[in-house]
Design a protein around this ligand. Structure first.
Ligand code: NAD
Ligand code: UD1
Length: 337
């Protein structure tokens, strides 16, 4: 099977490419290097001893996508490419709507022209908005999103539902990720945030490495066991495996619209994550409690039972694994500078 992976040199895409190659898929990557590095291709080869075909192209360029489909016998597509920074999306909404929506529509149009109708989309738990309960189950449906990034995810889900309604030959999987962290155990691929990170684990890594002085813990007065925010962290390798399971489902069950949460089903607080990181890596993370971050919810985690029942997929890695593997990647990055 030939799988086109958009954004395949990015954080989640690269880990998924590794899992696909190891399962015997042939992989074609398209990425414009907006938030990735061509060196990731060699790292993937080092891990898998296989080399994916890579196109450095922008999905906003429909001609370029068409050329990729003409040159390869593509069976299915996993679509990771997009912009993902919540804060930036509030400052540059047009840039986010343009890139995330137009690249997806271009891709779907070219797929349709080539009669390729198997599609997996990177969605997010953010599409639930604030449903008022912490355990998010797929049936809750899309709520009111709180930032343009989240709205692009919600809009693309809607576009894909409409597409499926218009033509039942499509097999479409909407995968709603919770909070992906961790890195491949080799330490060769992982998440490389530029500048000052917004998300918790990248920030912890920069404090642990001495690049930033102190982690600001956003509030300790939430209605949670230790007062800090609770999230469902998922190891990126487990997440990558969820895509392979989802691809298997589409291949076996045929056309349909499939929606799955990809999370562990367990919530951990900010302080639990910090304490686990310190313990498994034997390193201090300076932190201080500050005001709540506007827009943050106290607690949410996945109801992960649908993915287990229908895909036979569940997370296997622990919070300890996530903390150890994230730091292992960061240490290798520091050594390579
Ligand atoms: P990432 O930024 O590491 O990867 C995205 C890749 O897409 C990058 O390599 C980037 O260069 C590429 N890209 C962006 N726009 C492109 C375009 N127009 N044409 C070609 N390539 C383009 O992000 P990630 O963390 O790997 O996330 C992958 C997907 O999962 C994204 O759609 C993201 O919104 C979604 N997601 C991520 C998270 C998370 O916390 N990381 C959570 C939920 C959903
Ligand atoms: C956010 C986005 C989500 C995105 C995800 C990426 C929203 C509503 N959600 O989720 O769309 O997919 O990032 O993983 O925007 N925290 C600190 N200090 C920090 C950073 C974070 O205390 O410096 C706390 C937060 O308050 C929160 C937890 O850590 O309780 C996780 O935060 P973060 O990693 O930013 O992810 P989310 O806000 O859950």
């Amino acid at each position: 099977m030939n799988v086109l992976v958009t954004g395949g040199l990015g954080f989640i895409g690269s880990h998924t490419v590794v899992e696909l190659l190891e399962k015997g898929y042939d992989v074609i990557i398209v990425d414009n290097l907006y938030n990735s590095d061509i060196k990731v291709k060699d790292k993937i080869t080092e891990i898998t001893k296989k080399t994916p075909k890579v196109y450095i192209e922008d999905l906003l360029n429909k001609e370029a996508i068409n050329k990729i489909f003409n040159e390869n016998n593509i069976d299915e597509v996993i679509h990771f490419a997009g912009y993902k920074a919540v804060g930036e999306s509030c400052k540059k909404p047009l840039m986010y709507y343009y890139n995330n929506l137009m690249s997806t529509i271009n891709l779907l149009e070219v797929m349709k022209e080539h009669n390729v109708k198997k599609f997996i989309f990177s969605s997010s738990a953010t599409i639930y908005g604030n449903p008022g309960i912490p355990k998010y189950v797929e049936d809750l449906g899309r709520g009111i999103t709180t930032n343009p990034y989240g709205t692009t995810k919600s809009m693309i889900e809607q576009i894909l539902e409409d597409l499926y309604k218009s033509d039942n030959e499509w097999s479409i999987s909407l995968l709603r990720y919770f909070n992906p962290i961790g890195a491949h155990k080799s330490g060769l691929i992982g998440e490389k945030p530029n500048g000052i990170p917004n998300n918790l684990m990248p920030y912890i890594l920069k404090v642990a490495s001495g690049e930033l002085e102190v982690l600001n813990v956003f509030g300790n007065d939430y209605d949670t066991p230790d007062g800090t925010g609770v999230r469902d962290y998922i190891h990126v390798v487990d997440l990558a495996k969820g895509h392979v399971s989802s691809l298997n489902k589409i291949e076996k069950s045929g056309s349909g619209l499939y929606i799955y949460n990809l999370g562990s089903g367990k919530g951990y607080s900010v302080l639990e994550l910090v304490n686990t990181f310190e313990r498994v890596n034997n390193i201090k993370v300076n932190y201080k409690i500050v005001e709540r971050r506007p827009g943050d919810l106290a607690e949410y985690y996945a109801d992960a039972s649908k993915a287990l029942n229908e895909l036979g997929w569940k997370t296997e890695k622990t919070l300890e694994d996530m903390c150890r593997d994230s730091w292992n990647f960061m240490k290798k990055e520091i050594q390579s500078i």
